[in-house]
Design a protein around this ligand. Structure first.
Ligand code: 5GP
Ligand code: ZN
Length: 114
């Protein structure tokens, strides 16, 4: 999608601090980190939000979660833990309309979120 920020990161038009990619996913560091480790995992397919997903997205949603889990293992956060977040819609705090999973790690996180 030409006017989507994350599609521009996928195409390389906007630079990112790259972490991981495969045929379907890209992971990169968040530009405004909310924890010592704050990474975003996104599908290369443009999907606007969690509420736009259907059964056809089952595999890619599973891959997002598994890739995030693998990244956390590789980064050494398995023992202390981490948080995976998908914000959805206005009340969910979603600001970029391309589905993304946040990985937050490296400090003790509060609950509930603000
Ligand atoms: P949301 O609020 O939609 O759940 O999360 C969007 C995230 O994208 C925010 O954490 C924000 O810091 C991050 N972000 C926004 N613009 C850019 C950018 O140009 N590059 C990177 N790496 N992250 C961005
Ligand atoms: Zn997009």
């Amino acid at each position: 999608m030409s006017d989507c920020l994350f599609c521009k990161i996928i195409s390389g038009d906007i630079p990112c601090e790259f972490l991981y990619q495969d045929d379907e996913l890209l992971a990169f560091m968040d530009i405004n980190p909310q924890a010592p480790f704050h990474c975003l995992v996104i599908p290369k397919l443009h999907i606007s939000s969690l509420s736009a997903t259907t059964e056809e997205h089952e595999a890619v949603l599973g891959k997002l979660a598994l890739a995030a889990t693998r990244i956390c293992k590789e980064q050494g956060f398995d023992e202390n833990g981490y948080r995976l977040v998908i914000n959805c819609g206005e009340d969910g705090g979603q600001t970029v309309q391309h589905i993304h999973m946040h990985i937050l790690a490296g400090r003790s996180l509060q609950w509930p979120p603000g």
